[in-house]
Design a protein around this ligand. Structure first.
Ligand code: LHQ
Length: 257
């Protein structure tokens, strides 16, 4: 099961099967979904950190669970039941989700990490589109997310070769936000989350939705959506507080509403 720690205004969710590099089993999938729902429904939670216990972030689907030697498994069913709902939820939750990639992120583990909003990775971490090595295709949104992040040339190359991408290369390519020294990873993640948790939560959630919507929208449609969303943001108490604080030359005390 995943570990959940409540911090000041945010929640840290830790994948927790360290001896198997936190590979996903149905139990871990279900437990992660429950933890995300609980964070989303908790009015005191204004940001989420997702990380992994031990030396890996997540090695993807537990391959022991889907052994073709025990009969042809329906992988589509596994994806429909566990992985698609998970990455849909990561994008649907209107809170900043920070992924702190503490070690190797392979297969679905890489694409779950890259579905989060702000991805930090330890310099020793690697992202591996491992699927091609076992005859599969990238899933958990990777062909969509990763292609948008780094473009078709790099996406096809890393997906067809399975070559590990270091955290520093991932940062240079714009696949993640930042590669940080291993010892600094969790400090960085906590400081980002703490900042978000004191932010204008409604505005941050709406920003996430706008950026995500842009992929499917024309420029004109996106301008309309920004107008409507700004109208909504402009009605929040946090907007009133933000402007008042600016005019009074003091830090804003946002309440997340
Ligand atoms: C594992 C795993 C693992 C079980 C390490 N499972 N035990 C697929 C099917 C169905 C539907 C949904 O979606 C998917 C998507 C996928 O995610 S497919 C891709 C699955 N993942 C992979 O192919 C990666 C497999 N793992 C690796 O290539 C390596 O373990 C990496 C490169 C991640 C790490 O290598 P090392 O640092 O050398 O560690 P290791 O290989 O020694 O692993 C440590 C332990 O973790 C080891 O167990 P053991 O009992 O021998 O100590 C591994 O067997 C276990 N482990 N990944 N996916």
């Amino acid at each position: 099961r995943v570990l959940v720690e409540n911090s000041d205004g945010y929640v840290v969710i830790t994948l927790n099967r360290p001896d198997k590099l936190n590979a996903f089993t149905p139990i871990q999938n279900n437990s992660l979904m429950e933890a995300l729902d609980a964070a989303d429904e908790n009015p005191d939670c204004r940001a989420i950190i997702l990380t992994g216990a031990g030396r890996g972030f997540c090695a993807g689907q537990d391959l022991g669970e889907r052994n073709p030697a025990e009969g042809t498994p329906d992988l589509g069913q596994t994806i429909e039941t566990y992985f698609n709902p998970l990455v849909r939820k990561l994008r649907a939750i209107q809170l900043p989700i920070i992924c702190a990639v503490n070690g190797v992120a392979a297969g679905a583990g890489a694409n779950v990490a890259l579905a989060c909003d702000i991805v930090l990775a330890a310099k020793s971490a690697k992202f591996i589109q491992a699927f091609s090595k076992i005859g599969l295709v990238p899933d958990s949104g990777g062909t969509w997310t990763v292609t948008r992040l780094i473009g078709e040339a790099r996406a096809k190359a890393i997906m067809m070769t399975g070559v590990p991408v270091t955290a520093e290369t991932a940062e240079q390519w714009g696949m993640i936000w930042r590669a940080v020294d291993d010892g600094e990873l969790m400090n960085e993640a906590h400081s980002l989350a703490a900042g978000m948790a004191k932010g204008a939560t409604v505005g941050l959630g709406l920003t996430k939705m706008l950026v995500q919507a842009s992929g499917a929208n024309s420029f004109d449609r996106q301008l309309d959506l920004e107008r409507d969303t700004q109208r909504e943001a402009g009605r929040t108490p946090d907007y009133a507080e933000g402007v008042t604080a600016f005019l009074e030359k003091r830090p804003a005390a946002f309440t997340g509403r």
